[in-house]
Design a protein around this ligand. Structure first.
Ligand code: F6P
Length: 483
């Protein structure tokens, strides 16, 4: 049997049917990674059960095998709500103040990582290439190694990576973050994230660096930056068609000529929604001529609702939006429309195309694919304007957006005014190079670059066979240059 690519992540998005468009960045990324390859996506079924079934459930859709496992209530509480989302998530997003650590949660995290290794290990072939995603599964590589698996195993962190001074506030950081050194390749969104972790390994982890390889005892790990992207071409097509949909027409009509500013984020404190609302309020305060002529549509599906900090951000956002609407709204105009639900990929693409401005202003974000999707969704003849936080990974690539510091309310309000008033020639001139960049650097390239780098470091005797099997090419066809 040839090499398969095995994707592992906490959440698995099984398409309802072969025709349903894929939702979510991770689902699109997995699709790209498995394109033209044999593969499997392994992870949590999303079901919580007090007696999880011992055997994994497998389904096949569009030639991808999805293997799902259930988790118990205590697994969810300790591993997902606990260590992953109350400790690792805030720490990786530079929010040490929001960490809520407990030993019980840490041992639940380790237990679930071991369970993933047991279940996945039973399904692995020797030449499978394993690609693990995100902070929920930092210890999976170590657990697979301790069970004797010698496969190529890589890890990709979708979140930011904070600098060493912040990482070391994480209790048990040597064990948890040190777990990443059992992988062959650890991928990050940006060079900055990569450097932060490299610095952590060399200072706190006492790693030696030889030829770009970080050595800790007998372990050898490589680090790289691989900015995640979108299916650029397909998304442009989707938005062109969705822009003509009935729902988008209805939204436009309901605005009655008012300009549309759009925000789309999970309800998460890292997204900077309160700061954005304050900036919008400042725009209305400072520029009375815009009152009644601009509407912020904030689409914010609730997220991780069992985690305390998420309940708090919900009350804060609701209170702030109520205040702005009460102060500036009138019977015929609501300044901010706030919607706690998610929309299909198609509807969102249509709304992006209809929006004059997108505000993507997180306080800290690994990448933020809303920024990339918004640009891809625009009509190139009459594009909207992206206002983008300098603290989103996407800002490193999308440098013709209006880049802002989300903490500086006046500056964000001024950028918003500038975006609303920007002449067509400038909008086009900013939009074109960013879209060209997205077409060249799409999700397929991301997956190919990562997998090529993962296989590249394989022991010499397996290298060529591994690459050929992985990329499905015969011995005389090189898929790309090996750097
Ligand atoms: O990296 C963040 C991430 O894992 C994204 O890939 C995804 O959009 C989001 O978090 C989903 O969070 P959750 O599974 O907790 O709802």
């Amino acid at each position: 049997m040839g090499a398969r690519v095995i994707i592992v992540s906490n959440r698995v998005a099984v398409p309802d049917s072969p025709r349903t468009p894929l939702a979510g960045g991770m689902a699109v990324a997995v699709k790209a990674a498995l394109k033209n390859r044999k593969g499997m996506w392994f992870g949590w079924s999303g079901k919580v059960s007090d007696e999880p079934v011992e055997t994994s459930q497998a389904v096949e859709v569009n030639k991808v095998t999805y293997v799902l496992i259930d988790l118990s209530k205590s697994d969810i509480q300790e591993y997902y709500n606990g260590l992953a989302n109350s400790v690792l998530w805030p720490t990786l997003h530079y929010r040490v103040d929001l960490q809520e650590y407990s030993r019980a949660d840490a041992s639940g995290y380790m237990r679930v990582n071991r369970m993933f290794a047991d279940r996945l290990g039973a399904l692995l072939n020797e030449d499978d290439v394993v690609w693990v995603h995100d902070y929920h599964l930092m210890l999976l590589g170590r657990e697979l190694r301790s069970r004797g698996h010698r496969n190529r195993i890589g890890f990709f962190l979708h979140t930011p990576c904070a600098p060493p001074d912040i990482l070391q506030t994480l209790p048990q950081h040597k064990e948890i973050l040190g777990g990443l050194t059992y992988y062959d390749l650890v991928g990050f969104q940006t060079e900055n994230d990569r450097e932060n972790f490299a610095h952590y390994l060399t200072t706190i982890g006492a790693a030696q660096v030889r030829g770009g390889v970080f050595e800790i005892g007998s372990r050898k790990v490589r680090l790289g930056a691989f900015p995640v992207s979108i299916e650029s071409k397909a998304y442009m097509r989707l938005a062109r068609n969705a822009g003509r949909s009935a729902l988008v027409a209805l939204v436009r009509e309901s605005l009655g000529g008012s300009r549309l500013v759009l925000g789309v984020d999970r309800l998460d404190y890292s997204k900077g929604i309160p700061d954005r609302v304050k900036a919008f309020e400042r725009l209305l305060e400072n520029n009375p001529e815009w009152r009644g002529r601009v509407t912020l549509l904030q689409i914010t599906p609730k997220s991780r609702s069992d985690v305390k900090q998420y309940g708090e951000i919900e009350s804060e956002v609701t209170g702030l939006i109520g205040k702005v609407n009460g102060q500036f709204g009138d019977a015929a105009w609501t300044p901010i429309r706030y919607v706690n639900r998610s929309y299909s990929r198609t509807v969102l693409a249509g709304l992006y195309r209809a929006a004059d401005v997108a505000m993507v202003t997180p306080l800290r974000d690994g990448m933020n694919l809303v920024a990339k999707e918004y640009l891809a969704a625009q009509d190139p003849e009459d594009p909207g304007v992206l206002v983008l936080s300098e603290f989103a990974g996407a800002a490193k690539e999308l440098d013709r957006a209006l880049i802002v510091n989300p903490h500086e309310t006046d500056a964000v309000a001024a950028a918003l005014k500038r975006a609303l008033e920007m002449p067509l020639a400038e909008r086009r001139e900013r939009h074109a190079p960013m879209v060209a960049h997205l077409l060249e650097n799409d999700i397929r390239k991301w997956a190919e670059d990562y997998l090529a780098a993962l296989v590249e470091g394989a022991p010499a005797r397996n290298l060529l066979a591994g690459i050929r099997a992985l990329f499905g090419v015969s011995s005389d066809q090189a898929p790309f240059a090996i750097r």
